[in-house]
Design a protein around this ligand. Structure first.
Ligand SMILES: Nc1ncnc2c1ncn2[C@@H]1O[C@H](COP(=O)(O)OP(=O)(O)OP(=O)(O)O)[C@@H](O)[C@H]1O
Ligand SMILES: [Mg+2]
Length: 100
């Protein structure tokens, strides 16, 4: 299992969100964030997206985020894929892929 963590432009987020909602992901979490990249031009408002996913979904999700959040200018953001040790569904106690 992986966590896909993406930091995208605020004005691209709604479009990315619509595409993700129509895809097969189990869910996602959004956080309003602020940050800077290598251009160091002050803290800019961004949106952080977090998705827990099974391995086979990862490439598709990364591409969906990348293609739908890109403008081609500096500040488009980052996508990270992070190893996920465990996921639990609180209600049922399910663990692992079935908890996604
Ligand atoms: N190394 C990093 N670690 C954590 N967050 C980062 C990092 N780099 C960028 N971010 C986050 O992503 C946002 C957008 O970064 P940005 O797209 O400007 O990265 P960049 O590496 O400067 O790429 P570009 O050259 O396209 O501007 C930042 O505001 C910050 O929130
Ligand atoms: Mg930058």
């Amino acid at each position: 299992m992986k966590k896909i963590e993406a930091i995208v432009r605020k004005d691209k987020f709604e479009h990315v969100c619509q595409v993700l909602e129509r895809s097969g992901i189990g869910g996602m979490t959004i956080t309003e964030a602020r940050g800077f990249g290598r251009h160091r031009n002050g803290l800019r408002e961004k949106v952080k997206i977090e998705i827990y996913a099974d391995e086979f979904q990862v490439d598709k999700i990364v591409e969906m985020i990348r293609l739908n959040s890109k403008t081609g200018t500096t500040g488009d953001g980052k996508i990270a894929v992070i190893n996920l040790e465990k996921v639990y569904r609180i209600r049922t106690g399910e663990e692992g892929a079935s908890a996604i």
